[in-house]
Write a protein that binds this ligand. Structure first.
Ligand SMILES: [Zn+2]
Length: 104
């Protein structure tokens, strides 16, 4: 499990790969630089601002749900879920997230 110790906003001086969605964070963009620990190993990675928000909003990621590419996988799942027709009540994003998690 990855335990994020510190986070800070940075302006990237070179391209980075986002830890959450595995896509490129362009040079000169704001990103979140994370210092984390995994099995007593220190690690450093970058996240898109949006991906950081997703992680912060969703406690699921703070446990074993945080891994390289976790947001990419989640988005894929959410897209699959979006293709299912929900009644208006169930279409609320919060419920949908819960549904997704229960399925994972
Ligand atoms: Zn990202």
């Amino acid at each position: 499990m990855i335990d994020i110790r510190t986070k800070r906003m940075v302006k990237t001086r070179k391209e980075h790969t986002c830890f959450g969605c595995t896509e490129t964070i362009e040079k000169g963009k704001s990103a979140v630089s994370c210092n984390a620990k995994q099995d007593d190993q220190h690690m450093n990675f970058h996240l898109h601002e949006e991906c950081n928000k997703t992680i912060v909003k969703d406690n699921w990621f703070s446990g074993s749900g945080l891994y390289y590419g976790c947001i990419k996988d989640t988005k894929k799942t959410i897209e699959d879920v979006k293709n299912i027709k929900f009644s208006p009540d169930e279409a609320l994003p919060f419920n949908m997230m819960k549904f997704t998690r229960a399925e994972v």
